[in-house]
Design a protein around this ligand. Structure first.
Ligand code: GLN
Length: 533
């Protein structure tokens, strides 16, 4: 069967949940027994997200193959419960760098290299390559940015041209505000959004209406009348309790049936899979435990999107609803740590780069260890766990990571020899899936994973310095996970209470239907802590 296309375009503004709509369409295709894959277009000229600031752009998501991609890929994987590859991410940087490389090589000799046809064809060739190698029934393409931006205009033009060649269904996400004084949902912005899309030569087949409250009948009628999209194709996307119920809401409105009809695909919803999916969300979660996330990018929650979702997934699997407290690590000091963490049942220190806020993390970890509060350290969180233990238990004064102090007396975390020569910043870290061996069945790591060989995703430059492993072990910090070749420490854990650090980012592989084992173990330890305190 030939690949068909669904193109999701967002109008008016960002932040309406285009990624959630795309993920939900992927999910409903899959629940209809189809192989659906996402493609994400991003108009920026960065080659990938690896060099972006998490404060501005949100989390950098990492795939098994080591690609550093937009955080929407995290959303797709979490909904689909499937691992994706980097070629599904098409950025302006990738498109233009390959065009210029070809031009220099002489591939276009004698031609003027132009937006049309060269850029558009480059994009279409990439889609063709994906559909030939992966053979999906449906490619669901999310066009990053907003209709009308200069940045994504060539991607939108490529989609218009695609619709001349292939079966394409256009889904337009718009926003329906409600003005307090009038108390009525306003459709004018959607009417304007429609006209803008029409002026790009695209008529939407569906309008997905994002609103705080359910879409009123009258608003639906009005949208339909002004856009010539029939009412059954104006889909309600009002705020729900959890993002994971959006596919259910779409199916209940018959969105999947109409999409498949338009695509010309004969498929039917698997009742069994649909019921199982609904059941995952139907549990009555009891509130608690209280979890502190002590990080350096907490002001922008998107920086830790996967950590947050991993807590949602593990909470659902344990039938608890953790209460999350985001704490800026730079604000923590010895003087206020007891107050800042008072009443907490678990502490997480997530990933990060650079020296700001590191001492606050170390202080928080010390407090957790000395008070037997369950602790989970993610990448930088494990590195700071090692520094804290070295300084306060092993009495190695001045212990640090060479990332933060080049001249530290005890570099318990240091740059990997293989990283020393790396001059370029993009794509040069230890990236992607790495195997880890967990030898001892009595370790927290083994109890969490129930396996002695696991694989998680990485994104870092620095490693635990093996020189200090013996003293750590003697004093009660156990290297419970090692790289497959035995040369790198992948996990550390406290002997005396629940505390585990991993050099990987297990949150990147947590999905609704398969929560990250370390998060489940951590959350159940926190739950126990909350019962006992
Ligand atoms: N900055 C640390 C390193 O590069 C940790 C990175 C991270 O937490 N992802 O090793």
């Amino acid at each position: 069967m030939q690949t068909k296309f669904v193109v999701v375009l967002g109008s008016l503004m960002s932040g309406m949940g285009k990624g959630i709509v795309t993920s939900s369409i992927l999910k409903i295709m899959e629940l209809n027994g189809l192989k659906a894959l996402p493609v994400k277009f991003d108009g920026y000229l960065n080659y990938d997200c690896g060099t972006m600031n998490p404060y501005r752009h949100g989390e950098v998501f990492v795939l098994d193959d080591g690609s550093e991609v937009d955080m929407d890929f995290g959303m797709y994987e979490r909904f689909m419960n499937r691992s994706l590859t980097g070629k599904l991410s098409i950025t302006g940087g990738k498109v233009f760098s390959s065009i210029i490389e070809k031009e220099r090589r002489g591939d276009y000799l004698g031609e003027d290299v132009q937006m049309i046809p060269h850029t558009i064809n480059n994009i279409l060739e990439r889609l063709r390559a994906i559909s030939e190698s992966e053979k999906p029934n449906v490619l669901v393409i999310e066009v990053g940015g907003t209709v009308g931006d200069i940045e994504n205009s060539y991607f939108i033009e490529a989609m218009r041209q695609l619709s001349l060649l292939e079966k394409v269904v256009f889904v337009n996400l718009t926003y329906i505000p409600k003005i307090d004084v009038v108390g009525e949902q306003k459709t004018k912005p959607t009417q304007i959004a429609f006209r803008m899309l029409m002026s790009a030569g695209i008529k939407p087949d569906f309008i997905v209406a994002r609103s705080a409250e359910p879409l009123e009948r009258s608003a639906k009628r009005k949208i339909s009348m002004f856009t010539s999209v029939t009412e059954d194709r104006v889909i309600d996307d009002s705020t729900s309790d959890t993002i994971y119920s959006v596919p259910i809401h779409f199916i209940e409105q018959g969105f999947d049936r109409l999409l498949l009809k338009d695509l010309g695909i004969n498929a039917s919803l698997s009742k069994k899979k649909f019921e199982a999916y609904k059941k995952r969300l139907s549990g009555k979660a009891s509130p608690g435990p209280k979890i502190a996330i002590v990080g350096k990018y907490v002001e922008l929650k998107d920086s830790y999107a996967s950590v947050k979702e991993a807590l949602v997934h593990s909470g659902l699997s344990l039938n608890v609803s953790p209460e999350l407290h985001w704490i800026e690590s730079a604000d923590i000091s010895e003087g206020n740590v007891a107050e800042a963490l008072s009443g907490m049942d678990g502490v997480i220190v997530p990933g990060g780069f650079g020296s700001r806020g590191i001492e606050g993390m170390i202080t928080a970890i010390r407090h957790a260890r000395e008070n037997s509060i369950p602790f989970l350290g993610l990448c930088l969180g494990m590195q700071t766990m090692a520094i804290e233990f070295a300084r306060n238990v092993c009495d190695l004064k001045g212990a640090n990571s060479s990332e933060f102090d080049h001249s530290a007396k005890h570099k318990v975390v240091y740059i990997m020899p293989s990283q020393k020569g790396a001059k370029k910043k993009g794509g040069t870290m230890r990236l992607g899936a790495w195997e880890c061996v967990i030898p001892s069945k009595s370790s927290t790591a083994y109890k969490a994973y129930r396996s002695s060989r696991i694989s998680e995703r990485h994104r870092h430059r620095y490693e635990i310095n093996n020189k200090y492993i013996k003293v750590f072990e003697r004093k009660g910090l156990i290297p419970s996970g090692k790289s497959a070749d035995g040369r790198l420490v992948e996990m550390l854990e406290w002997r005396n209470s629940f505390g585990i650090g991993t050099q990987a980012h297990p949150e990147l592989k947590s999905r609704l239907e398969s929560p990250a084992p370390l998060f489940v173990a951590f959350l159940s330890a926190a739950q126990k802590h909350s019962r006992n305190s």
